[in-house]
Design a protein around this ligand. Sequence first.
Ligand SMILES: O=C(O)CCC(=O)C(=O)O
Length: 224
Amino acid sequence: MGSDPHTAHTGRDRRELAPGAVHVPGWLSPDQQRELVTACRGWARGPAPIRHTKLPRGGVMSVQTVCIGWHWQPYAYTRTADDVNGARVAEFPDWMVELGRRALVEAYQDATAGDTYTPDTALINFYDGQAKLGMHQDKEERSSAPVVSLSVGDTCVFRFGNTETRTKPYTDIELASGDLFVFGGPSRFAYHGVPKVRPGTGDPATGLSSGRLNITMRVTGLDG
Ligand SMILES: O=C(O)CCC(=O)C(=O)O
């Protein structure tokens, strides 16, 4: 470790895939993972229950999603889950803002990186063993603040691409339980997706007996 800037502070195997795109394996402790699973399980029940999002052209996403702070549906944010049950989504909790700030400090190895970061929405995705997420950009936000991604449960293949096209060049990495991935700066609008989940790789001690949970915090840049 020693003077390696990627590991000097934490000893973790931190890796910058592209400018602004950083993977920090094993960032969340087992207790934090369990707490996230419990919180997400509550949000999955309501006020707007988790669902397979319907796409405008008639398709249905294999991933199940529930949102907090703002509700995302293709391709806009609203306060109410109009494509689910019309309920206002749960508040974005202060503890998650704090977690997002700490994530940026860790990813960018900069004590000030989280100072002005106030995420106001999170998409919480649940993947069963067959679920996938196609290459896409997170671009409904009117802000270029970083996206903070946390994973719990089964390992997945995460495909991180470029900002121009949903095709190559891209890099495939594995996101395992407890991993942090941040994409900001020049990588904020990079295409990314999840081509594969590896069933049975998660530890049931997280509270997830199967499947994969992913939380992406974002700043919408919206008022109201
Ligand atoms: O599940 C992941 O790791 C990525 C999630 C994602 O890309 C999204 O919610 O937009």
